[in-house]
Design a protein around this ligand. Structure first.
Ligand code: P6P
Length: 339
């Protein structure tokens, strides 16, 4: 696939080669690109418009909502709820699902998203992003319920993220490879720069918040200790550590150049087995990583196989280069102890 074509041209070419690709799904991707352009614009003007800081409200997770969290959420609703492609939406920033109004045509997809992941980075001008996942809607769309969203990640038809960094980059999959596009602000188009991306199988870079080491489950404690032991230790190679504090940024680095990202299970907190949310953080990133040849696990099972039981469910997440994630899974098999 040749570099330099627009998102639209790219997917039109894919559709000509594979007519089975649903044109409504391609149109939804186009709607998403528009939403991400608008969010990128709002984020970049945050300091100029006094849009930094807290909104004075909390989300369902009890976390302080940033003004830009709510602005990004509103942009996502505006760009998707009247297109006729979506039957209902769900967001980290909304406690319950958001069915498309009866007056509008309810489309064949459910859209679930984190409108602005890593929003604690906003006020210090570090990378943040939008994460999204597209699921099939039920045949009967007259009464969409939360239950309809509770599908394992393997059901996703499309997943992706936009990262708002030095450039605005859109990375997505329609289950036929992972493709990356960079926003050319001069023409307002996302331009293809990396088609059919493959994540390096080997790596020597891990991402974990080491300040929470006391809360990690045993296998992760031992794995990280062995990484820190470097070439004198059982891994027989030296590692480096990176932690941006926004999963979308850490995952983008891991997907781009290899590595492993860990936000492991906290065995001391039954109701919060992990920090990251299954439906709109772990599942979309897990699909992207698997589509690029990597792995994504809870430590004991593939993330995409987990059957969700509530909308804002949290999950332990370990994803990245196939060989390194397989290594961590082996630590869980050989000595699963919690301590
Ligand atoms: P900690 C952002 O709030 C987030 O949900 C993820 O994007 C990020 O990876 C994680 O939390 C950071 O958590 O414990 O390091 O602050």
């Amino acid at each position: 696939m040749h570099q330099g074509i627009t998102l639209n041209q790219f997917f039109n070419e894919q559709w000509h080669q594979q007519p089975e690709i649903d044109v409504d799904l391609l149109a939804l991707v186009d709607d998403m690109a528009r939403a991400c352009k608008r969010i990128a614009h709002a984020v970049s003007r945050g300091p100029l418009r006094n849009d930094l800081g807290n909104a004075g409200s909390e989300n369902v997770q009890g976390e302080q909502q940033k003004k830009l969290d709510l602005i990004a959420n509103d942009i996502m609703l505006r760009c998707h709820q009247w297109t006729g492609r979506v039957a209902a939406l769900a967001s980290e920033e909304m406690e319950t699902i958001h069915p498309v109004a009866d007056a509008a045509k309810r489309g064949k997809y459910l859209l679930v998203f984190d409108p602005l992941d890593g929003s604690t980075n906003i006020d210090v001008n570090l990378s943040i992003g939008t994460i999204f996942s597209v699921l099939p809607a039920p045949a009967d769309r007259s009464q969409i319920s939360e239950q309809d969203f509770l599908q394992p990640g393997r059901n996703q038809l499309c997943a992706g993220y936009a990262i708002y960094g030095p450039s605005t980059v859109l990375v997505l999959t329609l289950r036929q490879g992972v493709h990356s596009f960079v926003l050319d602000e001069d023409i307002g188009e996302f331009i293809l720069f990396d088609a059919d991306h493959r994540i390096p199988e080997q790596c020597c870079e891990f991402a974990i918040n080491s300040a929470r080491q006391r809360l990690w489950e045993g296998p992760v404690q031992r794995y990280i200790a062995d990484c820190i032991a470097g070439s004198e230790g059982p891994q027989r190679k030296d590692y480096t550590m990176r932690w941006v504090g926004a999963m979308v940024a850490d995952a983008h680095r891991v997907l781009s150049r290899g590595g492993i990202f860990l936000y492991p299970r906290n065995p001391y907190s039954a109701d919060k087995p992990g920090k990251l949310r299954l439906l709109y953080e772990a599942n979309p990133l897990a699909l992207l990583v698997e589509q690029a040849g990597g792995r994504a696990t809870t430590g004991t099972e593939p993330v995409l196989d987990v059957q969700p039981h509530k909308l804002h469910q949290r999950i332990p997440l370990i994803l990245g280069s196939a060989d390194e994630v397989a290594r961590v899974e082996a630590y869980h098999r050989t000595d699963p102890g919690d301590g």
